[in-house]
Write a protein that binds this ligand. Structure first.
Ligand SMILES: C[S@@+](CC[C@H](N)C(=O)[O-])C[C@H]1O[C@@H](n2cnc3c(N)ncnc32)[C@H](O)[C@@H]1O
Length: 232
């Protein structure tokens, strides 16, 4: 059995910070074993995320650019709030987590991904960079968190690729809306960003915003957009 939830290291002089952070409520059935890419709950449901999601290759130069240029730019352009409770869905190798921790100084930072092998890499990255982040294995279409748990949910393209079907993308957006508190923000890549990064794979991939009327457009900066959760 792999350990899917890790307590972040204690921030220097910040024991109080760590005490405030309740560990995420993780459904024990989502604790996967390393012999399978799919969480137990998904295997039991017969839904195959591994087939629906086709992994992208690892390009170190791209990771470096993202960490050094793209994410700091995004944070500034979108004026993202500090000290928030932040969830990154599809955190993969955890490239964004050290930057988000450093720039946003979140009250809490959780990276979630369905792939335990990528989470292992993320765990190492987080440890090596002394990042205060918790890693959770789970499916964005069935998030293991209670309602209104987060102030900020960030997605670097996962919702576009979570599934070939509109159903899968709709389920992901609904879960994002559910775990955001009213007034909370969902940061996501625009279609233009997807077209530039993955011209073939993103062809025809749209996000079904009509299915989540509680997420209303808030602000945008070319490659990224923000939706705000309202009470509906
Ligand atoms: C476009 S990649 C983004 C990776 C990472 N954010 C980055 O910038 O390197 C999409 C990520 O979503 C993850 N993913 C795919 N389907 C998922 C699902 N149903 N639930 C959670 N994560 C998923 C993949 O494992 C992958 O790490």
């Amino acid at each position: 059995m792999s350990q899917t939830v890790e307590t972040p290291p204690v921030r220097e002089g910040g024991e109080a910070w760590q005490k405030e952070v309740a560990p995420p409520r993780v459904d024990p059935t989502l604790v996967g074993d390393r012999t399978s890419l799919l969480p137990a709950a998904l295997r039991a449901s017969g839904r195959s995320a591994a087939i629906e999601y086709q992994p992208f290759g690892n390009v170190e130069v791209r990771n470096g650019l993202q960490a050094l240029v793209e994410i700091p730019l995004m944070i500034r352009a979108l004026r993202l709030p500090r000290s928030a409770r932040v969830l990154e869905i599809g955190c993969g190798r955890g490239v964004a987590l050290p930057v988000l921790d450093d720039r946003l100084e979140p009250a809490e930072l959780i990276g979630l991904d369905i792939d335990p092998a990528l989470l292992d890499e993320a765990r190492e990255r987080v440890r090596n960079s002394c990042t205060y982040a918790t890693l959770v294995e789970g499916d964005v279409r069935d998030l293991p968190f209670e309602e209104a748990r987060f102030d900020l949910v960030i997605d670097f393209g996962t919702c576009y690729h979570v599934s070939d079907t509109m159903d899968g993308r709709r389920a992901a957006l609904r879960e994002v809306a559910r775990v955001l508190r009213p007034g909370g923000l969902f940061v996501h890549e625009t279609r233009m960003a997807q077209r530039l990064a993955h011209p073939l794979r993103s062809f025809g991939r749209t996000l079904p915003w009509w299915a989540v009327p509680s997420l209303v457009p808030d602000r945008s900066a070319v490659l990224w957009s923000v939706r705000r959760k309202i009470d509906r």
